[in-house]
Design a protein around this ligand. Structure first.
Ligand SMILES: [Mn+2]
Length: 336
């Protein structure tokens, strides 16, 4: 049994209004965990109102996660204070539009697997060992008290949670994939959704513009520290030339870290003049959540992000210095 797990059915008992939210720019795990839990709570409490607040998810998630059409992307509600508000896959600061609703709620719950999140609820179920928020929601639903005979998992719930596990484990490739992750995923598969289609559409498919932006990121990259670090930067004029938006840069960071010999990568994208979003990846030798944290960002050991406000050259230089520091620190720690 996971540390910090609680009885979700018991906790929401009697609630008439429940709010749910996750992080900005919601990914498969964020949308899957929010909608998987929302579907479960709607079945559990048919008379309760369950509202999900998220920015509009990308098309492949809307098409593959049941209930996505009910998401409230305007963050507008007429409920002054939700009986229960649950933030998934995020700390409250990253939810943007939902933070005030969370603060105003009568009961605040936080479920997350980000190592950088200390927990922002009265009830915190935060486990960095879990592959995904969806794995934690799966555990919550399976551990919930209720009628013995009824199976609380439906095909809709199973599909939503599977999308999140696939997303955050890179289709069960990353080291966050545990025996328990596979057992949970295996259990979800028995509900009979088209899992092969999900993997293709949610994880692997790219638009042609995305493919071209990945190519540009790789072509424009440079190697550092004897080939152990690869860095690439995409400027606004690169995006303009390809007709690309920010969403079209998806996949570039993941491609860079696949360079043989490389243990850490940084992908910088210019958001506006002198503002760079940095996506950091690591094979495990460096803890990139610490690098991101030193610039006010966050994330996981092997995938993290932050924003730098300076010129592109300065941003690259600062990031490379931070990576060098982190690599020497983690080497020292290994020796001890
Ligand atoms: Mn996640």
């Amino acid at each position: 049994m996971r540390r910090g797990i609680f009885d979700i059915a018991q906790t929401v008992r009697g609630a008439a209004t429940i709010g749910i939210s996750g992080h900005e720019k919601p990914d498969g795990d964020c949308v899957g965990s929010c909608l998987g839990l929302a579907n479960y709570l709607r079945d559990l409490l048919p008379d309760a109102r369950v509202d999900v607040f998220l920015e509009r998810p990308p098309r492949e998630l809307v098409e593959n996660i049941p209930g996505a059409e009910k998401i409230r992307s305007d963050f507008v509600t007429d409920v002054p204070s939700y009986d229960v508000f649950i933030i998934l896959d995020s700390a409250k600061e990253r939810t943007k539009g939902a933070e005030a609703m969370f603060d105003a709620a009568k009961r605040k719950i936080n479920v997350d697997h980000h190592i950088s999140n200390p927990g922002c609820g009265e009830i915190n179920f935060v486990d960095p060992e879990a592959s995904s928020a969806c794995e934690l929601v799966y555990d919550l639903i399976r551990a919930a008290g209720g009628e013995e005979a009824a199976d609380p998992v439906t095909r809709e719930i199973a599909q939503a949670l599977y999308v999140g596990m696939v997303t955050d484990t890179g289709v069960f490739r990353f080291s966050n994939t545990s025996k328990h992750t596979m057992e949970a995923a295996g259990d979800l598969l028995t509900y009979g959704f088209d899992h092969a289609r999900i993997v293709r559409e949610v994880f692997f498919e790219k638009t042609y513009v995305q493919q071209r932006m990945i190519a540009r990121a790789v072509m424009g990259s440079s190697l550092h520290f004897g080939g152990r670090v690869v860095v690439s930067r995409i400027n606004r004029e690169d995006m303009l030339e390809e007709g690309a938006t920010r969403d079209d840069l998806e996949g570039a960071a993941a491609q860079l870290i696949l360079t043989r010999g490389c243990v850490c990568s940084a992908f910088l994208q210019e958001q506006e003049e002198n503002v760079y979003r940095v996506s950091l990846r690591s094979t495990g030798e460096a803890d990139v959540s610490r690098i991101a944290g030193s610039f006010g960002g966050g994330g996981h050991m092997r995938a993290a992000g932050c924003t730098l406000r300076c010129t592109g050259e300065e941003a690259e230089k600062s990031i490379l210095e931070a990576i060098e520091r982190e690599l020497s620190t983690s080497a020292d720690e290994t020796e001890k």
